[in-house]
Design a protein around this ligand. Sequence first.
Ligand SMILES: [Zn+2]
Length: 223
Amino acid sequence: MRFVKILFVGFFPISLIYGVIRASTLRNFIMTISEDLHARSNSKCELCSDEGALNIYEVPPNSDGSADKSALICTNCLDQVEKRTAMHSDHWRCLNESMWTQEPAVQVLAWRMLKRLSAESWAVELFDMLYLDEDTLQWAQSLVEEAGDTGSVVHLDSNGNVLATGDTVTLIKDLNVKGASFTAKRGTAVRKISLVPDNAAHIEGRVNGQQIVILTEFVKKSN
Ligand SMILES: [Zn+2]
């Protein structure tokens, strides 16, 4: 009985101390990541160099929350990266500089954003110049492949806006329709589109009374 009592009295403070140490370690850990990112970026958005409100963005998928797997980016960049707001393609000309970073997490973001901007010739040129080592390239591509694996294919228009069945889109260039004797003119509105389930690059809609397949990179979502 005496033994049990001593053990209990002895055990309680140790677990309490352990809890205190854990909490402070965690706090130090978070502080360090934030400090690391601020030091690495000179407290500027790692994509567009903006010095406004900066956020720690854990670059998906499987970010472990470390500085190496995160980027410090402004709210404007973050909203577009996370598709909460429409893509402003001119904003992303900032990648012209930031894509040359040595930080893999930032390289991955640059790669993904340039890929989403593939309707812009300047973005395609940058994309072609962007070199990622094998591991980083795999990381950059893993998000796209993950979406495919789960069957949740996301269709994006030329500005990176998410398309849904029933949307109206506008063609951004003249398109020769294969197997039909007409050109779908730039500016044509295509109403009530449907999404090709297994191909994120294809949608379907009626143009000139014919159901045709259209590449998402050549359309812009209408409001
Ligand atoms: Zn930014």
